[in-house]
Design a protein around this ligand. Structure first.
Ligand SMILES: [Zn+2]
Length: 206
């Protein structure tokens, strides 16, 4: 009696597990394009510290990321590819016109507390969290910088974008040493490589 009960329980558990795996499999679909959103631009400089304009750093990393993903045969769309102002609603609208895409917004951070440094990846959905964690791992391996814990954020650009969306804060330009690192093209290339690796690592897992 006891063993038969156990067997039934085991069968039920296996059935639940099988259904769970099938559901997970059905939900997992490879995204085919990446919307790359360089933060700020034009009349919106973003943070300005240590002689650097956030908007320029964002665009530079976005262009590098664009090239790296295209090299890996990913379709990419940039919300801006020059120093132009694009409002937040339009950024989401550009993304929402794409089929089967993810959305990656690129920013740099600043704080009045000059001792704060590090990168962080924010999200607003469960899939966003998966993508954020993967990009975090990618950046951690690619650059020598402090990893800060990404958070659930109700940012307009994440909220209004239908695709799985994250916002990468690449580093604090208000921190003297990090600003010096960010001013280096090699560091920005490594950041872009880390983000690209993080994206490609979850290509079939989101
Ligand atoms: Zn920003």
């Amino acid at each position: 009696m006891a063993s038969s009960l156990c067997f039934h329980r085991l069968r039920r558990t296996l059935a639940i597990l099988t259904v769970g795996i099938m559901v997970a499999g059905a939900n997992a679909q490879a995204f085919t394009s990446v919307v790359i959103d360089a933060g700020h631009g034009g009349r919106d400089p973003g943070s300005v510290w240590n002689g650097m304009f956030e908007k320029n750093l964002c665009l530079d990393v976005a262009k590098r990321l664009n090239a790296l993903l295209q090299d890996r045969n990913m379709k990419t769309v940039m919300t801006r590819s020059r120093d132009s102002y694009v409002d937040l609603g339009e950024r989401s609208a550009i993304s929402n016109r794409q089929e089967n895409a993810i959305f990656v917004s690129i920013h740099f951070n600043a704080s009045r507390n000059h001792s704060i440094s590090g990168f962080e990846v924010h999200y607003r959905s469960k899939r966003g969290l998966t993508l954020a964690k993967s990009i975090e791992r990618g950046i951690s391996k690619a650059v020598n910088a402090r990893k800060r814990e990404g958070e659930w954020k109700d940012y307009k650009v994440l909220r209004e974008t239908n695709a799985t969306a994250v916002l990468v804060e690449c580093g604090f330009i208000s921190h003297t040493k990090e600003a010096a690192r960010c001013s280096h093209p090699d560091h920005r290339q490594a950041l872009a490589q880390g983000i690209a690796n993080g994206i490609l690592a979850v290509k079939t897992k989101l």
